[in-house]
Design a protein around this ligand. Structure first.
Ligand code: AGP
Length: 609
């Protein structure tokens, strides 16, 4: 949603804050700003645009000897992207950066106006800052002022706060939005995630909801809502700083696609033992998987598409009915949940507001919950009954690729586990599949990554069009939905995904001469039907690009371009096809010169509704 950072130490705060904001920029990038203490007092710089623009602006100002400050990179929720709406916000006494949404900000603003406050921005954040300013006047003590103010706020927030008269202190408080405290040797940080300070320290404290923190150069204190000091566990980041660099790739997205063979094997090894499904590292008792009525998979965006592939696998291997729901719908649909159901939340960030809200709704009903999360210790991971971690490492590109692939892998292994428990799958069958999976990850995907010429030429053709259709059947229909989202979010080309048999029931009217139709055909049982659907659209002028198995002769012969994948077991091909369709979206966006890692209007972790 947004990225916040704060620093107090012996280093140059302006440089460290800018550096941290670059690392956080994937969380939001329509405007940026920072406030630092200089020898002439608090200095605030803000800009519409990127962190790079803020950096250029800062270089024109004398910020020498700044050793404490706060910074922010924004994804606009209240008020358009502009310099006046950029954070930090505040008064002469206090400046504040915020990640989250204050839901009752308008009512609070009205009360503040009655007390003489005015507002220079359209943001909820400025209201929060001025409420703390008012509480400071009333209480005379900073921590009390912060605690009194947040008791009034409704919504989500992670605040970094500085006060004019304390030149080496950053205050922090959070509710629902993530906030970490980095414990460094030359100073301490606050940040939305570890990437902001990973270059300087891997040690961090995770601030809890309602806790306040006082961060100084050589000391960090945490207090609960009643003002009692709280001992916090210092955790160690699982990633190192190279994980959040491009390592020579042109974009994070391409790097992360190329990491898929390695992280699929790493994740596979973490949830299997002797090529057999084994979740005991985080789920010690198999009873958790027994006597399940219906499985409800709840997620957003790409994670939801991984859930659809999970539905396919679980219904195929375990014969348990699965419902896949978009989290933002589920939470308001008065869902039908039975006592013996299982709810699975899939989330890369583990902080997506809609998915977290759905989880909390289910927890109130005492239904067993399992989360599949990539970010260690994230809110969704901590609040679900059990968690299975995907070991994809930090995913910096806003468009999710490697996280999707490992989510699909975990769903496949989970399906095998459930299949065995249900007696629908023998141990030999699941072991054979796990062995083949390792082959697919190590070889088939690797082969796709090493031979992208056909994908690149298909992408260049597609880049010339404004409308693209994806068609597929069964699991390939679900892959098509993910392929369509990937293409849309980074190339800005409109596209839709359709069950191949459905196109003729209306949408085929949109097919014109040259319209690109992307046919995904990995499942052998649908080759004939897919060939018919391809011929249907080609007879109306479509230009058909197919993603299909090497042995799918009838698909290849009926397509204008065929992008082939190795002929592994049908249920494993989607993992290889996923890498292909991700590369297809990447090269299409590249041909259009798009900002691939930071597409317009988007942010990596949507921590607001
Ligand atoms: C994926 O390419 C998108 N950036 C987006 O749909 C994402 O998958 C969605 O917001 C869910 O995020 P999460 O996995 O962190 O919950």
């Amino acid at each position: 949603m947004c990225g916040i950072i704060g620093y107090s130490g012996t280093g140059n705060a302006d440089e460290l804050i800018i550096e941290g904001l670059h690392a956080l920029e994937y969380r939001g990038y329509d405007s940026a700003g920072m406030t630092v203490f200089t020898k002439n007092g608090l200095k605030t710089i803000k800009t519409k645009g990127r962190v790079g623009d803020l950096e250029s602006k800062a270089k024109t100002m004398f910020l020498e000897n700044s050793h404490c400050g706060i910074g922010h990179t924004r994804w606009a929720t209240h008020g358009k992207p502009s310099e006046s709406n950029a954070h930090p916000h505040g008064t002469d006494n206090i400046m504040l950066v915020h990640n989250g949404i204050i839901e009752n900000y308008k009512e609070i603003a009205e009360e503040l106006r009655k007390k003489g406050y005015g507002f220079a921005s359209e943001t909820d954040t400025e209201v929060a800052a001025k409420l703390i300013d008012l509480k400071l006047k009333e209480t005379g003590e900073k921590l009390s002022a912060i605690r009194e103010a947040v008791k009034i706020l409704q919504g989500s927030y992670a605040f970094g706060i500085v006060f004019r008269d304390e030149t080496d202190v950053v205050y922090a408080v959070k509710k629902d939005s993530p906030l970490l405290i980095g414990i460094g040797s030359d100073g301490n940080f606050i940040a939305s995630d570890v990437s902001a300070f990973l270059k300087y320290t891997k040690s961090y404290i995770r601030l809890g909801d309602g806790e306040t923190a006082v961060i100084k150069q050589d000391k960090t204190e945490v207090f609960d809502l009643d003002g009692n000091s709280v001992e916090k566990q210092v955790e160690t980041a699982l990633w190192n700083s190279s994980a959040v660099s491009k390592s020579g790739f042109r974009h994070f997205m391409l790097k992360e696609i190329f990491e898929e063979p390695e992280i699929l094997i790493k994740t596979l090894d973490s949830i299997t033992k002797d090529f057999h499904p084994d979740f005991s590292a985080t789920i010690p008792d198999d009873k958790f998987f027994e006597n399940i009525g219906t499985i409800h998979i709840i997620a957003c965006g790409t994670a939801m598409h991984a859930g659809l592939l999970g539905k396919y696998y679980i219904e195929k291997f375990a014969r348990i009915p699965v419902a896949v729901e978009v989290a933002s719908e589920f939470r308001y649909n008065d869902p039908v949940l039975r006592e013996n159901d299982m709810v699975v939340i899939i989330s890369q960030s583990g902080e997506t507001a809609d998915s977290l809200a759905a989880l909390r709704l289910v927890n109130e009903k005492n239904i067993r919950t399992l989360s599949i999360v990539n970010t260690y210790g994230s809110t969704i991971a901590r609040e679900s009954k059990h968690v299975i971690y995907t070991l994809a490492g930090p995913e910096i590109a806003v468009a999710s690729t490697k996280a999707f692939s490992v989510q699909v892998l975990v769903m496949l292994i989970l399906a095998m586990k459930l299949g065995e428990i249900q007696g629908e799958m023998t141990k030999d069958e699941s072991t054979e599949l796990c062995e083949s999976l390792k082959e697919v990850a190590a070889n088939s995907i690797h082969n796709v990554l090493c031979g992208t010429e056909t994908i690149e030429s298909a992408a260049e053709i597609t880049a010339k069009h404004n409308d693209v259709f994806f068609i597929g059947r069964g699991i390939d229909n679900y892959l098509g939905m993910e392929a369509s989202l990937k293409l849309k979010e980074i190339s800005y080309i409109h596209s839709e995904a359709y069950a191949a048999g459905e196109l003729k029931h209306g949408t085929i009217s949109l097919i014109e001469e040259g319209t690109p139709v992307i046919a995904i055909a990995t499942d052998e049982k649908y080759y004939e039907k897919m060939r018919n659907n391809i011929e249907e659209v080609r007879s109306r002028g479509a230009f058909v690009i197919s993603f299909c198995s090497e042995n799918a002769e009838i698909i290849k012969n009926s397509s204008n371009i065929a992008i082939t994948i190795p002929n592994d077991a049908d249920c494993l091909k989607p993992l290889t096809a996923a890498a292909s369709i991700q590369l297809f979206a990447y090269y299409t966006a590249l041909a259009l010169g798009r900002d691939i890692d930071k597409p317009r209007n988007l942010a990596k972790s949507v921590t607001v509704e």
